[in-house]
Design a protein around this ligand. Structure first.
Ligand code: AP5
Length: 222
């Protein structure tokens, strides 16, 4: 199955968690600029040096940098069979750039999955998040604890807390989301691509609602 999806939603809504499950289920890559930026920062690359101050303060990385990165990823052979864009686009300039890029590449999106969660829940979700240093899998101290404390269930990597998950930075990210990203809900609704999912439910239920919205059944593999 070749799915081309966008995941939209506020910080901490569960985009990464759900995109990761779908990506494994249908064997398509999850392309997440946030993860790519954090990796670049950890590896002290030129890109990492450029983006670190934006990420640490909860601001958006400049559009030109982000759009160029996504252009490379979407043009790569691994995206040919489908993809999930997790955290891109994040404003109207990026959405319009994505439309142009997809047109150039002859690709049509299947859906934009919007995961909605009430704002008062989002700070708690981000504050309790722990992420694997090695494979990037996300856990939560209360809602999704790892089997062994601070150890990734999937690869045995060490878990850490993201710098931008401090409450004051999470609040800044929520403001940035409201101002820049929320308008994309209407943008994709007008294109007839939007699927609204209630993200304020257990992870498994959110996943089954996404499957249903996409018309996937339990046996669907790629
Ligand atoms: P990014 O990494 O994309 O962060 P985000 O969008 O703020 O989203 P999060 O990763 O915080 O949340 P999520 O929705 O993926 O939730 P998750 O599944 O982890 O971006 C970081 C930074 O990079 C940005 O601030 C910006 O600087 C830069 N950036 C990224 N993209 C950019 C772009 N396009 N343009 C410019 N700059 C960009 O879940 C959160 C927690 O909740 C976890 O602990 C999880 O276990 C738990 N959880 C998940 N689902 C549930 C559930 N159903 N019930 C209970 N707990 C749950």
């Amino acid at each position: 199955m070749s799915l081309k999806l966008i995941f939209l939603g506020p910080p901490g809504a569960g985009k990464g968690t759900q995109a990761d499950i779908i990506s494994r289920k249908v064997s398509i890559p999850r392309i997440a600029p946030g993860d790519l930026f954090r990796k670049a920062v950890a590896e002290h690359t030129e890109l990492g040096k450029l983006v670190q101050s934006y990420i640490d303060s909860g601001k958006l990385v400049p559009d030109e940098i982000t759009i160029n990165l996504m252009r490379d990823k979407l043009s790569s052979p691994e995206a040919k069979r489908g993809f999930i864009l997790d955290g891109f686009p994040r404003n109207l300039v990026q959405a319009e750039a994505l439309d142009r890029l997809l047109k150039e590449l002859g690709i049509k999106l299947d859906a934009a999955i919007y995961i909605g969660v009430p704002f008062d829940r989002l700070v708690e979700r981000s504050a309790g998040r722990r992420v694997c240093k090695q494979c990037g899998a996300a856990y939560h101290v209360k809602f999704k604890p790892p089997r062994v404390a601070n150890v990734c269930d999937l690869c045995g990597g060490e878990l850490y807390q993201r710098d931008d998950d401090r409450p004051e930075t999470v609040r800044r990210r929520l403001e940035v989301y409201e101002e820049n990203t929320r308008p994309l809900v209407d943008y994709y609704s007008r294109q007839g691509l939007l699927k609204r999912i209630d993200g304020d439910q257990p992870v498994d239920k959110v996943f089954s609602d996404i499957q249903e919205a996409l018309g996937l059944n339990n046996n669907d593999q790629h």
